[in-house]
Design a protein around this ligand. Structure first.
Ligand SMILES: Cc1cc2nc3c(=O)[nH]c(=O)nc-3n(C[C@H](O)[C@H](O)[C@H](O)COP(=O)(O)O)c2cc1C
Length: 424
């Protein structure tokens, strides 16, 4: 019986274990998780979502607070309509954050950064360019372009000296989206080095509408592989979304995948950036506790736990310091919903049910976005006597994918002290 470790992923001339841990913003796929994947010979992602905030939190910089100081008075006195991110500050935050992560990298694997087009930051193309160039100058191994068609993203950095040597990938959820990206890539003569095909069971934002149940990853993967074959293009294709066991992964490799992109299994890892209470909430979840909703102001659907603290809250938008989701005109769907929401007798806003303040809630780790199989996470670890679940190191999860053959899951091994606390 084959195991995932029997395969290798080759991108350009580099050889990896065929596991890519997907980017999870904001700082859910932490540097510790990404560094762990690289050390084990795979590929880990950091995320550039709200990078100035993450850089401040991790490195003690002041990018976000400085923006607030610069803008709060100007916005209040009507001198400007809304607070914009500055190119240089955005660039510098990305560069410093990435450089710090890359300086710690050991092992034969790589660290990539997930860069979402939908993170418009008040000036979409300018800030996207700053984020990409900052990551390149910080020494990132690879860039995965996500959450958008990225029709004009490559053009933004075609003059950068690393344009051709950085490993470059895109995430698509359909062959149609891939065709659009390939067309724009051909215009700058720079095809991607890998393609992630994300199906409807993934976590985070989804590239599907409310009829997501009508789609399945294996069919989309086949369509993508057929299209690339027809076009005579040889690029590794990496499916993701609902690949929960080593056997699931092997099944995809047999269909022609070059590796798998996985995330949900790692949301409960020790190195994952979610706080303990969120990890335990994921572990306690049943299938009926998970929904796909329209609360994200990006306009994309998002899968999350129904008890996510981000839902039905009346958080006041804090766009002078945050504002990561504002478009080029200063519009954010949550801000609009907040402004329109009625107030109670005390003058407080009623909870806003259909949209969430994504910046604030991701900053507080209070948006419990998750993959479809989150309700199965409890099968992957051990329940302790106190009713909580054991939080395993990422290495155990990584090795379970690589070495477990038959669709089962190898539970983490606890040391003697912890075994005393185990219920069964
Ligand atoms: C908690 C969480 C946050 C995520 N955040 C992002 C993100 O910021 N950007 C992105 O492109 N994908 C994001 N994803 C999608 C993953 O990178 C990955 O492609 C997908 O979840 C893989 O499916 P799986 O979770 O079933 O293994 C997220 C997934 C999870 C579970």
């Amino acid at each position: 019986m084959k195991i995932l470790n029997d395969y290798v992923l080759i991108i350009k001339n580099k050889i990896f274990k065929p596991i890519m841990i997907g980017g999870m913003g904001v700082d859910i796929s932490t540097e510790e998780l990404a560094l762990g994947a690289a050390k084990l010979g795979g590929i880990g992602h950091i995320s550039d979502a709200m990078c100035p905030y993450v850089c401040d939190k991790r490195l003690g910089t002041h990018f976000q607070t400085k923006k607030r100081q610069q803008f709060v008075e100007k916005v209040r006195s009507g001198l400007v309509n809304f607070a914009k991110w500055d190119y240089n500050e955005t660039y510098e935050a990305s560069k410093r954050y990435v450089h710090n992560v890359m300086s710690k990298k050991i092992g034969n694997g790589d660290i990539f950064i997930n860069i979402m087009e939908k993170l418009t930051m008040g000036d979409s193309l300018t800030t996207l360019k700053a984020r990409i160039c900052g990551a390149l100058d910080g020494g990132i191994d690879g860039i995965t372009l996500s959450a958008g068609l990225h029709n004009s993203s490559l053009k933004l950095f075609e003059d950068h000296p690393r344009f051709r040597d950085v490993l470059l990938g895109t995430i698509v959820s359909s062959v149609r989206a891939l065709k659009i990206f390939i067309r724009s890539a051909k215009r700058v003569d720079r095809l991607p080095d890998y393609i992630v095909v994300e199906g409807p069971l993934a976590g985070g934002h989804l590239g599907f509408d409310l009829d997501w149940k009508n789609f399945d990853l294996k069919t989309i993967l086949k369509e993508v592989l057929d299209y690339l074959k027809e076009e005579g293009i040889k690029i590794p294709v990496i499916p993701g979304g609902g690949i929960f066991t080593g056997k699931d992964a092997v099944d995809y490799m047999e269909l022609g995948a070059s590796a798998v992109q996985v995330a949900t299994r790692f949301t409960i890892a020790k190195e994952c950036g979610l706080p303990e209470e969120a990890k335990q909430a994921y572990l306690q979840a049943e299938e009926s506790d998970i929904e796909v909703n329209c609360s994200s102001p990006t306009g994309y659907l998002m899968r999350m736990l129904k008890n996510s603290p981000s839902l039905a809250s009346n958080t006041k938008p804090n766009c002078e310091s945050l504002g990561y989701l504002m478009d080029d005109k200063g519009y954010c769907a949550y801000k609009e919903a907040y402004d329109k929401a009625p107030v109670n007798q005390k003058g407080e806003k009623f909870p806003i049910k259909d949209k969430m303040c994504i910046c604030t809630h991701f900053m507080k780790c209070a948006c419990y976005t998750c993959g479809y199989y989150t309700y199965r996470l409890k099968e992957t670890t051990i329940k302790l006597l106190n009713g909580k679940y054991y939080i395993p190191p990422m290495e155990d999860i990584f090795n379970d994918y690589l070495f477990t053959a038959d669709g089962s899951i190898t539970l983490p091994v606890l040391d003697d002290k912890k075994v005393c606390a185990v219920a069964y």
